[in-house]
Structures are given as C-alpha cells and as structure tokens.
Design a protein around this ligand. Structure first.
Ligand SMILES: [Zn+2]
Length: 83
C-alpha cells in the first residue's frame, strides 16, 4: 500500500497499520474517525468497519468496549503490514 493513504471516510487523517495485541491480527485504522479495514479489503468508504464494533465483537462485550479499557490495552500501531 502507499506509505500514506488519506482516510476515504473523514479525509482528516492517514490510514495507518495496527494490530491486535492479543494475537497480532493486522488491520488498518483511521484514528480520526475510528474506521477499520482488514488487510484483504479495499480501503474505501463502503468497506469501512467501525473499530468499536470490531473490538466489542472480538472481546465478546456488548456496547462500548472502552468503558473498562483503553486503545493501548487492545491494539498497537505497527510499521507495516505484510500480507
Ligand atoms: Zn477517518
């Protein structure tokens, strides 16, 4: 992917590579609007997931997953994603 890809949803920030700390699953994230894409997906507005929904589903919690944890507990930025 290009070194810097502007978020197609909010166009306010770059889409950056991240991973889940628990198992290293990689994904792309815009930290401005919390849009998430999996590496095999096109990074466009129609494909965007919402970080809170993905994290809640992975952790098996309902509603807001950030009431008892912070981003750094669950995800971390990485330099690049190789897929
Ligand atoms: Zn965005």
């Amino acid at each position: 992917m290009p070194a810097q890809l502007l978020c197609p949803r909010c166009q306010q920030d770059w889409v950056r590579p991240y991973r889940f700390r628990s198992d290293g699953t990689p994904f792309f994230l815009c930290t401005e609007c919390d849009s998430l894409w999996w590496p095999d997906e096109a990074i466009d507005e129609a494909q965007a997931h919402f970080l809170d929904d993905v994290v809640a589903a992975r952790l098996g919690v309902g509603g807001n997953p950030w009431s008892s944890r912070v981003w750094g507990d669950v995800i971390e930025p990485v330099l690049d994603i190789h897929c």
